[in-house]
Design a binder for this molecule. Sequence first.
Ligand code: UDX
Ligand code: ADP
Length: 464
Amino acid sequence: MKIKNICCIGAGYVGGPTMAVIAQKCPEIDVTVVDINEKRIAAWNDEDVENIPVYEPGLPEVVKEARGKNLFFSTEVDAAIDKADMIFISVNTPTKTYGIGKGMAADLKWIELCARQIARVAKNDKIVVEKSTLPVRTAAALKDILDNTGNGVKYQILSNPEFLAEGTAIQDLKKPDRVLIGGDVETSEGKEAMEALVNIYASWVPRENILTTNVWSSELSKLTANAFLAQRVSSINAMSELCEKTGADVNEVAKAVGMDSRIGAKFLKSSVGFGGSCFQKDILNLVYIAKSFGLKEVADYWEQVIIMNDHQKRRFAANIVKTLYNTVSGKKIAVLGWAFKKDTNDTRESAAIYVADYLLNEHAEIVVYDPTVKEEQVYADLDYLNTRSSEENRSKVTVVKDAYVACEEAHAVAVLTEWDEFKELDWQTVYRNMLKPAFLFDGRRLLDRKTKEEVGFEYYAIGN
Ligand code: UDX
Ligand code: ADP
């Protein structure tokens, strides 16, 4: 089976970059990315590719090359579904904020809406690929809806979890460690559908790096991979607190530990806490699934990764208050970095949101600077927490477009995202314009202690 037309529902951080790379690597396939968010689609179609809604190094170039040739962005969801042989579902699956499983289970509302829409529109057989991170056994639910509400057409459901990390998405997509495809391995139709997707990736990924499994293994592998990665960060963050108490340096510990080839050096960077759209959500999912099977110990084991992460964000903020003579009331604190990591404009679950929220509860005044995050996003993130009114967030938080302006007259600066440009700041100027003593809290171990202390800062860093 040769795929000629692909439709991707959801033009977000996953759907956008993934489809752009598929279109670039497979010029013979037409790829249409659809979304109900008109503003987002308009931004993807902006003449100036620098204005696309997802900030991702290398992405504008890929979009520029393929857009209008075989890559299209549209709000016409039905038309794209109708035309496609293969439909990727790449919509958001946030943690439920209501009802059963509140705060834990994934909200599958948008997935179900997609399934019903596909079922309503489709007039010929389709391969449906789940790309969003989903709890195990979602494919079964998808199949159920499609088979029972459809127009009698046949569906094959594949699971093809995304392993790209934001900030390095293009590199991850072009040279993935592996591509995972789950499908119905019991039937010839299932195998044929899997082969069709394997063939797409095989245009640029070596065959031996494309794994095929049954659907459940594929779905669970995604949750497991993210849980393992997040667990490494929580493990090193747990040690960071012990380092601060004992005089050890967490960077030295991480280096020594990571040189053991059984452990490996990656993902051992201590920080103010992990963020992003996946780690917390996926672990909560895992915990919820384990609980629902009565596996209390399994659930508790993974939940501890989240508990440690929450603790890390809270203790970083609490240390700011303590160091500033136990009060930040009325004090100006400059927050450098709002994104959950560098090289992205994504702020979902960013540690900065929680640190700022804590400091606002202590009546601090916050000034935020981030190179890619827009003012409206900062307010939306704080409003989403529902801790205080949106007017209050706007009166206590200012968002500026310049790091130096953010730090002017500040009592303290907190570095919360590891943007390269923060390393290059003229810290002498920053120091000169701050109130004294000038406190600098490095939540990313980004800066060099010696030079900052020479400038005159009271410097505090995670794990040191
Ligand atoms: C993650 C997975 O890496 C990816 O495979 C999956 O598809 C989606 O989830 P992402 O959330 O984009 O990707 O970013 P990632 O690089 O994993 O970072 C997640 C968070 O952990 C960030 O806040 C990052 O700053 C933090 N982190 C990461 C650390 O604090 N220390 C580290 O050593 C690594
Ligand atoms: P991710 O990081 O998983 O890509 P995003 O939130 O960035 O998540 O993107 C998901 C996109 O899916 C959003 O732009 C949202 O508007 C879109 N979306 C959600 N439900 C639907 C739907 N039923 N039809 C079309 N698009 C949808």
